[in-house]
Ligand binder design. Structure first.
Ligand code: ATR
Length: 270
């Protein structure tokens, strides 16, 4: 049976095996998908061993996504811009890398009936998570995509790299100079219970606020957005399932449906 794995450290809480096994059942694909804890200094060796043993592909999570990029023989443009790979495929002795995080975000926004075309989007953060979603967001033809980051220079670097006239960057404070329809939090601030210092009025005027992380309760960012008057708030659980569906499609050539798995995961959140 074809074998797939998710590699990370830590990995115990990964929901990927559950998601991919559900996809396999739904699409009647014969495969196994397991999680593997990888020692911090053993990523490359672990991947090569798995490929040599006949593994077909895998997902990569924290903290190995950048190392995965370096390991690949070929990478997609979106993975190259993200500086990170989350999907590996082993074919003809080669390691192919892609990054499905951004398309996962876009698909989840669209599934939540959020229009991106011709809209003004604020992306908060300029780390790995933000970089991964810039190209897929631009592909939706927004009127404007502004990246705001605590450290402005990191946002500027992304703008230089992508060089698109719809893309610009600013400090948190200067977000007040714009009006945004859709605001996406790609900082890791929520994970530490912190908020990015975006002026409250910016949030209040937005139609939708999205946090790329998720939790049983509203994340601190989404709680704040709701209190501040944002019309609609969405967390990143749907993005997790949607990026997994994209990986599954890369490997198996069939796109699983995501609704039921997402509902089950939501019910299981602790
Ligand atoms: P990830 O892979 O999750 O994106 P990362 O590459 O370390 O992780 O990036 C973390 C992002 O969250 C950065 O944009 C960081 O801002 P800086 O570039 O200024 O460090 C942002 N971030 C983390 N904690 C934050 C906080 N308390 N307030 C605002 N931004 C924060």
């Amino acid at each position: 049976m074809d074998q797939y794995r998710v590699f990370g450290n830590p990995i115990k809480h990964s929901r990927s095996p559950y998601i991919h096994q559900a996809f396999a059942e739904e699409t009647q694909q014969q495969l196994t998908y397991q999680s593997q804890l990888v020692a911090l200094d053993a990523f490359a060796a672990t991947i090569k061993d798995f490929a040599q043993a006949g593994g077909k592909g895998g997902n990569v999570t924290v903290p190995f996504k950048e190392q995965a990029l370096a390991l690949c023989d070929q990478v997609s443009k979106r993975a190259s811009l993200a500086g990170a790979v989350n999907t590996l495929s082993f074919r003809d002795g080669q390691i192919l890398g892609d990054n499905t995080d951004g398309i996962g975000l876009v698909k989840d926004l669209l599934a939540n009936k959020v229009t991106l075309t011709n809209r003004r989007i604020l992306l908060i953060g300029a780390g790995g998570a933000a970089k991964g979603v810039v190209l897929p967001l631009l592909e939706q033809n927004p009127a404007q995509l502004v990246i705001a980051n605590r450290t402005l220079s990191k946002a500027q670097q992304i703008c230089q790299l992508v060089s698109d006239n719809r893309l610009s960057c600013c400090t948190f404070e200067h977000c007040n100079n714009y009006e945004f329809d859709v605001i996406i939090n790609a900082t890791s601030a929520s994970l530490d219970g912190h908020l990015p210092a975006i002026p409250e009025q910016v949030i209040a005027r937005a139609e939708v606020c999205y946090d790329m992380v998720y939790a049983k309760q509203l994340t601190p960012f989404l709680h704040w957005a709701k209190e501040s008057g944002a019309n609609k708030v969405i967390d990143g659980l749907g993005m997790l399932v949607a990026q997994a569906a994209e990986s599954f499609n890369i490997w198996r050539g069939v796109m699983p449906s995501t609704d039921e798995v997402l509902q089950r995961l939501r019910a299981d959140l602790t």
